[in-house]
Write a new protein. Structure first.
Lengths: 493, 101
C-alpha cells in the first residue's frame, strides 16, 4: 500500500471521513492511525515532503550524507514511512486557507467542516466529517532592535536550511536567545563546520528558583541527558556569554555586529549571521480562524486552542494534536496524534480499539516529563517579550514599532483587535503570526495585567494569502449562485 | 551568506533578477538563493528597508518573491525548478495604471 500523492486540486475528493492538516509528527501519526482503522483520510501539508519542521526532509536525507542531525531526527524516518505506506490521500505542497465548521452541524451526512485548500495554483473546497489540526509550532517572536535586517534569522530557520538543503551559515555566526534548541543547533552547526563566534544566552537568572521545583522530574526525563551533553559540547567550543539583559543588531542594510548588555557592561561582537531563538509556541492561526476557543497557557506563556484530554477543541468534530495545541515535543506530538485519531474516528462512528488508549495515555504522560522545568526556566525575560526600546519593530509586515503600540495602548484601546485597526499592526501578509504575542505582552505590561486578560487577535480566513483568480475559478456552489443571481441553479436562466 | 555542505548532484538552473543561478533539485527557492549568496530578497512596503528570509517555514512572509510572474510567493515554500524566472520585490505593489476608473 502506498499513499496517493495528489498534485492538483482536481484530484482531491469532495468528501473525506477525516482531514489531517499538517504532516509533522502529530499529523503523520494521526493520518496513519486513522487510515489503519478504516477511515478515508486526506492529509494536507505545506511542504513538499512529510516530516513537519522537526523531521523536515527526513525521507529525502540519509544519515550518511547528513550525520550531524543525530538519532532523534532519524527516528522520524519510521513514522514518515508508516504514513507513506498508508491507504490515504496526501496533498504535499498544499495550503489550507480556510476551515469552517459546518454551520448546520449534522446535515445527515455527518459533515463537520468545510476546508479551503490551494494546491499547485488552484483552489477547492472539500468537506470532512472530522478534522485534526496538526499545524505544529513556530518560534516565539524575539523582537530586538535590528531583527528585521537581512542576515538575521531564527535558529529554527538555520536548522530547516540544514535539514532541507544541506546548507550552513558562512562567516561568523552568533546565536542569541534561550532554550534547548539554541544549544542543539549550535552543536549541529559546529559538527557541520560553521564558525560560531558567540552564543549569547538570554536565560533569565531570576527564573532559577521557580524552575528548581520541577528539577526532580526533569532529571528523570530524557531531556536531561541530551541537554547536558549538548551544553558541555557547546561550551567546550563556543564562547558562551550568559546573563544577557539586552541585545541590539546593528548594520547598514544587513547584520554586521550585535551589541549586548550583561548587567551594566556593554559589549559588541561582529557577526555575518545572527540566529535568534527564545522557545517555540503553538501556531494557532488556523484553529483560531476556524473559531476554536483559544486560551492562555501561563506556564508556556502562549495562547493555545482549548482542548479536552483527547485533543477535542471547543468545536464538535474538530481536534487539535501536537505542538499546535501546546508545546510537548515531537514524541509527545506523535502520541497526541494517535489519541486524537481515535477520538475523531469515534465521533464519526468508526470502531476504535479502546483498550489501546490506556497505553497511549501513559506514553503521553512519559513524554511530557521534564517539560515543566524547561517551560519555567526558559520563559524569556519581559525585555525580550515586550521590547522596552520604542524603535523596535513589532509588526514586521506593516513596520509598526513598540513605541507606537505603547502610545496606542495609552489611548485606551480595549484590546488587540482595536489596536490593529488603529495602526494596521497584524494586518500584513503574515496575519499577525510574527507580532500577536508581542502585542498581547506589551498591552499586558502597560496595563499591569496578564495576556490572559488581554487576549489575542481575532483571526479570519483566508489564513494564508490566496490569489483572487484561484477563488474566482472555484466551481460555484448552488447557494453561491442563488446569493448572486437570485435564482437557484436548477431553475435555469 | 550560506554555503553548501555538498555540491548539488542533480542541479537545476534558474534566474534571480536576470542573473543565472544553480540550485539542487527539490530545494526551496529561499534556500537556493541563500546558498547563492543572496541575503536580501525584497524591500519592505512601508520604509523600503531590505528584508530577507527569517523563519524558513512559511510563517513570517519575509521571503516574498515574484516567481514566473506571480507576485508574493513564499520563497521558503516554493521548490526551485529548471528555468524558473525569479525577481525581487521593491516596496508596495503599484496598482496597474489606467484601470482606476
Amino acid at each position: 500500500m502506498t499513499a496517493r500523492i495528489l498534485s492538483d486540486a482536481g484530484s482531491i475528493a469532495a468528501t473525506y471521513d477525516l482531514a489531517v492538516i499538517g504532516a509533522g509528527p502529530a499529523g503523520l501519526a494521526a493520518a496513519a492511525e486513522a487510515s489503519r482503522l478504516g477511515a478515508r483520510v486526506l492529509a494536507i501539508d505545506e511542504n513538499a515532503a512529510p516530516g513537519g519542521q522537526i523531521y523536515r526532509s527526513v525521507t529525502r536525507n540519509s544519515p550518511r550524507d547528513l550525520p550531524v542531525l543525530g538519532q532523534d531526527y532519524w527516528n522520524g524516518q519510521a513514522l514518515a514511512d508508516s504514513f507513506l505506506t498508508s491507504d490515504l490521500d496526501y496533498a504535499p505542497g498544499g495550503t489550507v486557507w480556510s476551515l469552517e465548521p459546518a454551520t448546520a452541524g449534522d446535515d445527515g451526512r455527518g459533515i463537520r467542516a468545510r476546508i479551503g485548500i490551494s494546491l499547485n495554483g488552484a483552489a477547492c473546497l472539500i468537506d470532512a466529517k472530522a478534522v485534526i489540526i496538526a499545524t505544529g509550532a513556530m518560534e516565539r517572536p524575539m523582537p530586538v532592535p535590528g531583527w528585521t535586517l537581512p542576515g538575521v534569522m531564527t535558529a529554527g530557520a538555520a536548522q530547516i536550511a540544514l535539514k532541507s538543503a544541506a546548507i550552513v551559515p558562512a562567516g561568523r555566526v552568533v546565536l542569541a536567545g534561550c532554550g534547548p534548541l539554541i544549544y542543539l543547533l549550535a552543536a549541529q552547526l559546529l559538527d557541520a563546520g560553521a564558525e560560531i563566534a558567540a552564543l549569547l544566552d538570554t536565560t533569565d537568572r531570576r527564573r532559577y528558583p521557580a524552575a528548581v521545583r520541577h528539577l526532580p522530574d526533569f532529571l528523570r526525563s530524557p531531556y536531561f541527558r541530551k541537554g547536558l551533553s549538548l551544553l558541555l559540547k557547546v561550551r567546550r567550543s563556543v564562547p558562551v556569554v550568559s546573563g544577557i539583559t539586552a541585545l541590539r543588531i546593528l548594520g547598514d542594510r544587513k547584520a554586521e555586529t550585535i551589541e549586548f548588555h550583561t548587567g551594566h557592561r556593554k559589549r559588541t561582537v561582529a557577526a555575518d549571521c545572527v540566529l535568534l531563538h527564545q522557545g517555540i509556541v503553538p501556531n494557532i492561526n488556523l484553529a483560531s480562524a476556524a473559531g476554536c476557543a483559544i486560551e492562555w497557557n501561563e506556564r508556556q506563556r502562549a495562547f493555545q486552542p482549548a482542548t479536552d484530554t483527547e485533543g477535542g477543541s471547543s468545536l464538535p468534530g474538530i481536534f487539535v494534536a501536537g505542538d499546535g495545541g501546546g508545546i510537548g515535543g515531537a514524541q509527545h506530538a506523535e502520541v497526541c496524534g494517535r489519541i486524537a485519531a481515535f477520538a475523531a474516528l469515534r465521533t464519526i462512528g468508526l470502531a476504535v480499539p479502546e483498550t489501546a488508549l490506556a497505553a497511549l495515555r501513559e506514553e503521553r504522560r512519559r513524554f511530557a516529563k521534564g517539560r515543566a522545568f524547561l517551560d519555567t526556566l526558559y520563559r524569556p525575560a519581559e525585555a525580550f517579550r515586550a521590547p522596552p526600546d520604542p524603535d523596535t519593530i513589532v509588526c514586521r509586515c506593516e513596520e509598526v514599532r513598540a513605541g507606537t503600540l505603547r502610545g496606542i495602548v495609552a489611548l485606551g484601546v480595549p484590546g488587540p483587535n482595536q489596536l490593529k485597526t488603529f495602526v494596521r499592526c497584524g494586518m500584513g501578509p503574515c496575519q499577525g503570526r510574527m507580532c500577536a504575542l508581542t502585542v498581547s505582552e506589551i498591552m499586558a505590561a502597560e496595563r499591569g495585567t496578564s495576556p490572559a486578560e488581554i487576549g489575542t487577535y481575532r483571526l479570519r480566513a483566508p489564513v494564508k494569502p490566496l490569489r483572487l483568480s484561484e477563488m474566482a475559478a472555484m466551481p460555484p456552489s448552488p447557494s453561491a449562485v442563488l446569493a448572486v443571481t437570485g435564482r437557484s441553479p436548477d431553475e435555469g436562466p | 551568506m550560506f554555503r553548501r555542505l555538498r555540491e548539488p548532484a542533480d542541479p537545476v538552473t534558474f534566474s534571480f533578477d536576470d542573473q543565472p543561478l544553480r540550485a539542487a533539485r527539490g530545494q526551496s527557492l529561499a534556500s537556493a538563493l541563500l546558498a547563492a549568496g543572496v541575503d536580501t530578497f525584497r524591500s519592505s512596503i512601508v520604509a523600503g528597508e531590505p528584508r530577507g528570509p527569517y523563519c524558513m517555514m512559511g510563517v513570517c512572509f519575509e521571503c516574498l518573491l515574484t516567481v514566473d510572474g506571480v507576485r508574493n510567493r513564499q520563497g521558503c515554500l516554493v521548490e526551485v525548478r529548471d528555468g524558473m524566472v525569479v525577481t525581487s520585490q521593491h516596496g508596495a505593489c503599484a496598482l496597474p495604471a489606467g484601470d482606476a476608473r
